[in-house]
Design a protein around this ligand. Structure first.
Ligand code: HEC
Length: 195
């Protein structure tokens, strides 16, 4: 009789112990906090994609190829320019599509700062004194003495292969903080539209 009582109590204690453990977070299984060179609060939009877009409505193209197409079309401000996307489709885009690549975070790689975080409109504190936040800033170039001054052309005068922009991508220098795994053409992104 006493043995049965002791056995029941032990069984009860084990039960309570198991029940309380199951509510606890298992030790050693926590998701490690990723280390990023720069703290960015927004979650990544996807592996280099722009959020809420599908490849049916948008063209799929390497970020650097899209910028190259715009420069080779002689940098139109409003008119659409044409290119062939990574799926071989004929596409059109405008500068508005291209500017996303300079002004939005999380485009070049998950956790990426926008180019404009470092190259913003406030020239004195902008790296290389260059404003990539709008059309006129991009055309005005780098190392500008004042907001009215033109700087060094970064678009090679419309000759992509000679441009400073091509150079900073080809050498995998920009965007600063890029992971080693990111190719020189950058990520595949969904921008522009099939014709
Ligand atoms: C974390 C900050 C940072 C980010 C993000 C960044 N850059 Fe830069 N960028 C720099 C720094 C620093 C330099 C060198 C400035 C200097 O030499 O005075 C530079 C230089 C450049 C230059 C060369 C300018 C010249 O005349 O020599 C270009 C072009 C450029 N960046 C383009 C970009 C583009 C395009 C992006 C986004 C895809 C980008 N950068 C993102 C910090 C950044």
């Amino acid at each position: 009789m006493r043995r049965i009582l002791v056995f029941t109590i032990i069984l009860l204690l084990v039960g309570i112990l198991l029940a309380s453990c199951s509510g606890m977070e298992p030790v050693g299984q926590r998701t490690p906090v990723p280390t990023m060179p720069y703290a960015t609060p927004a979650p990544p939009a996807g592996p280099g994609m722009l959020a809420d877009r599908t490849s049916k409505d948008y063209c799929l193209v390497y970020a650097v190829d899209a910028i190259q197409a715009w420069v080779k079309a002689q940098m139109p401000e409003k008119e659409p320019f044409e290119y062939t996307d990574a799926l071989g489709r004929s596409c059109t885009a405008t500068f508005a599509d291209i500017s996303i690549l300079f002004t939005q975070p999380n485009v070049w790689f998950p956790g990426a700062l926008a180019c404009t975080t470092c190259h913003g409109p406030d020239l004195p504190v902008s790296f290389a004194m260059m404003n990539l936040s709008d059309f006129h800033g991009i055309l005005a170039g780098s190392r500008r003495a004042s907001p009215d001054a033109k700087g060094n052309d970064i678009l090679g005068g419309g000759q992509w292969d000679k441009s400073r922009l091509f150079q900073v991508f080809q050498t995998k220098w920009m965007p600063l903080g890029r992971p080693a795994t990111l190719g020189e053409k950058g990520p595949l992104v969904l921008i522009g539209n099939p014709k």
